[in-house]
Design a protein around this ligand. Structure first.
Ligand SMILES: Nc1ncnc2c1ncn2[C@@H]1O[C@H](COP(=O)(O)OP(=O)(O)OP(=O)(O)O)[C@@H](O)[C@H]1O
Length: 247
């Protein structure tokens, strides 16, 4: 069983090399992005998220909607544990799998096989688990003997194949994604899409940020619309998509 409970969550980014003198003391909304303001000491602060309260349970497939800078990536990073809330509480129960940056932890000097261990460790897999899965990951990547060559000898597509093969080998209870991953040439793309669907089906909770109406309607049963870091609407995917994208 997985669950996520946010209560009045805010995320502030203090900006140390900007002057707060031209800013008002309270937070103001820029045309796009979060709210820019100054703290009591005159330091500039970007409030990326504010007053977020929601609960996600098993079966929730949530699309995060919102314009550029609305706070979608910040919310995904908060869920993945990269950021902590500046205010409020975020309770997350369940194993998290993040496909937000599948190339994170990849070392170009190391071989493909070594990188599987590196990336796998970042995904929370043990060495023994990775050893068991190694043949399957290598076979999925279709890299053949290149798997024992350093990554600097790979093309960008080969690099992505490897990152994808290892990143999608986990079966997390909570899956975080930034748009739908689409990697490789035509043949691999087909295989990758099937694997993504399988992954999404197997997860208890999915949270995916997207700018695509079709993706949200096909994949999600709920959507949260963020605007300037606040929740503008939270409800069934069809209703929120209709309000956000227009009918
Ligand atoms: N590291 C950071 N330092 C300062 N401000 C940041 C940082 N990361 C994000 N922000 C600010 O937080 C706000 C939300 O950004 P975020 O990247 O979460 O938006 P988004 O909805 O994912 O946008 P997009 O659709 O463009 O990817 C923006 O105003 C941005 O300027």
């Amino acid at each position: 069983m997985a669950s996520i409970e946010f209560k009045d969550v805010a995320v502030d980014f203090p900006i140390y090399n900007a002057s707060g003198r031209s800013l008002k003391k309270r937070l103001i909304s820029a045309a796009t992005g979060g709210q820019i303001g100054a703290d009591p000491l005159g330091r500039v602060v970007v409030r990326a998220l504010e007053g977020l309260s929601f609960t996600l349970r098993d079966g929730d497939r949530v699309g995060l909607l919102g314009h550029n800078g609305a706070g979608k990536s910040t919310l995904l990073r908060l869920l993945s544990g990269v950021y902590m809330p500046s205010h409020g509480s975020a309770r997350i129960e369940g194993e998290i799998g993040s496909l937000i940056d599948i190339s994170l932890g990849i070392d170009t000097e190391a071989t493909g096989r070594e990188n599987i261990y590196l990336r796998g460790a970042l995904l929370g897999m043990s060495k023994a688990e990775l050893k068991d899965r190694m043949d399957e990951i290598v076979a999925f990547s279709e890299l053949g003997d290149f798997i024992d060559m350093p990554l600097r000898t790979y093309s960008s597509g080969m690099h992505l194949r490897l990152a994808f093969a290892v990143s999608t080998t986990v079966r997390p209870e909570i899956l975080l994604m930034d748009e739908w991953l689409s990697v490789g040439d035509q043949g691999f793309k087909h295989k990758a899409e099937a694997r993504m669907r399988e992954l999404v089906q197997a997860t208890n909770i999915l949270v995916i940020a997207s700018h695509t109406r079709e993706l949200v309607l096909e994949t999600c049963n709920r959507a949260i619309w963020l605007e300037h870091g606040k929740i503008r609407m939270d409800g069934p995917a069809e209703d929120v998509a209709a309000a956000y994208f227009g009918n």
